[in-house]
Design a protein around this ligand. Structure first.
Ligand SMILES: CC(C)(COP(=O)(O)OP(=O)(O)OC[C@H]1O[C@@H](n2cnc3c(N)ncnc32)[C@H](O)[C@@H]1OP(=O)(O)O)[C@@H](O)C(=O)NCCC(=O)NCCS
Length: 147
């Protein structure tokens, strides 16, 4: 179970921790939809910032940050299934926000799955625009001002 020993940190693209994070998000985000991350998508990740939540060597959570001008896009947010609803996702989002703020970004945003909208609302994100389809399911843009 989750305890206080979860460490959030940024890991290097291509490192063993990055590889473990890609396995977690494939299992959480794509396999249930019958999809896989494509080589082109993974190749783009060399320019992204990769965040993980670890307990010892156990990969519990992951997200990626994509610099886009004054915006920081947060994507591929995934928490291990048996730990959902325990506050881990919110802790990781706070880490991502603090990191983005420290790097000088004004805003953080994501494309939220409809099933995750309440999670982001609870973390003070607001919706913008209409739902759109991505990876076969409805998503909506959600953002938060960091200053
Ligand atoms: C969405 C997700 C990252 C949230 O992390 P978490 O650790 O479960 O969330 P927290 O415990 O910090 O926050 C709890 C809130 O998250 C939401 N939540 C809880 N379980 C969830 C689940 N299985 N799927 C989606 N949202 C969930 C609820 O709004 C919950 O609020 P409540 O306790 O008042 O009902 C995580 O549930 C997950 O990985 N879901 C599957 C992948 C996904 O949808 N990723 C986001 C893509 S945009």
């Amino acid at each position: 179970m989750l305890d206080d020993n979860v460490v959030f940190k940024v890991v290097t693209y291509g490192s063993p921790e990055y590889i473990a994070a890609t396995a977690l998000r494939q299992a959480v985000l794509r396999t249930p939809l019958g999809l896989t991350f494509q080589p082109e998508e993974l190749a783009q990740e060399k320019d992204h910032i990769h965040v993980v939540g670890l307990q010892g060597s156990d990969m519990l959570a992951t997200a990626s940050l994509v610099p886009e001008g004054e915006y920081c896009k947060m994507q591929r947010v995934a928490v291990k299934e048996n730990l959902r609803g325990s506050g881990l996702g919110s802790q990781m989002v706070k880490f991502c926000e603090a990191y983005a703020k420290s790097e000088g970004f004004e805003w953080i945003y994501c494309h939220a799955r409809d099933s995750a909208v309440n999670f982001y609302l609870k973390n003070q994100y607001t919706t913008e625009g209409d739902y759109f389809e991505k990876c076969t399911i409805p998503h909506i843009l959600m953002k938060k001002f960091l200053r």
